[in-house]
Design a protein. Sequence first.
Length: 393
Amino acid sequence: MGESMMRRIGTRVIGSALLLLAVVACAPGSGGAPASGSAPASASSANPAGGAAAASQAQSGGLQALIEGARREGQLTLIWGENTAGGNEGVRRWAEGFNKLYGLNVNFQFTPGPAMPEVAARVANEFLAGRTASTDILIGSETHIISGMQAGALESVDWQSWAPNVQDPRIVAPDGVAVELASRVPGITYNTNRVRADTVPASLQDVLKPEFKGRIASTPYAANFDRLASNELWGEQRMLDYARALADQITGLMRCGEVDRIMTGEFDMLVMDCGNYDALRLKAVGAPAGHVIPSDAALIPYWYLAVPKNAAHPNAAKLFINYALSREGQDILYDLDYTDHHLLPGSKSAAVIRDAEARGVKFTELNVQFVQRNDERQTARMRDEIQRILQKK
């Protein structure tokens, strides 16, 4: 949206309606069913322009109601890790853009918190105990959203009825309980000074070549391997066989956020990483960082945003998610985290996926729907087993 996202919405309903008319007219998939109180279907069919105007007015009214609700709330409470979405700096920049867009003065209260699994568990436990959620927004992967869904802790939101930036149904989790914030492309991070261009592995199978033995790190939590073990992808036996072969190749374990150890030469490559964003960040400051998407394990997992049912400031939380999916919100995320959502207009990360697809790489989305199609108990069991193999226990 560029400059238009920086304009002040103000408090007038007419101003909001004009903004949304412009956005909805350009948004894909914006012609959904009219909200309650809009023109009847027969009137819309007879007069498409009138039906669109009625739908736009309903959407504008829903947005304006949330803006007024957020004005009364006056605060947004957020907890996630300092290394997530730019931490304090990301929240500061998002807060400035959020308040400017909606004409508000909401106070953003950010507390750097523990790892995503811990925050997700806290949100679920607080809901089950009848306590107010400690964070107004849950940020996490498909696994964390599933755990919130199982606890019944996440609010179902009809995003398309009011949110101009959440009109693509592909980025919304089932029942509207979460929205995809950013896509990730995991693979192999490597040191370009230590791995020659003509020997860079193109697949996970290539990593098992004898010349790489003793030069590889993996993660103690077997990042992404548990998903590969699903029946939809590699299956259990192939994954276990690979994990055993990889365990003979690796010389140590490291967390995804420790890729500086690759740059110092402690290891030549990390297999698999959590996404290409660390390599992009290091490359931007001149480090010898490279990244490859393995042709036999091309995955697109996502970071999600969700509103707990027991959030203290639900109106501000929903408005924030709409803002984070705007071009301005996505650009702030990319500036600080080198990731955004590849399906949104103007995405900076989309080219990486397009280029891989042009080479014949076929991606599998690791979204909430993927988890629902597969047995999460099997995934947990395989995760434990692969971790045991890589840790050589």
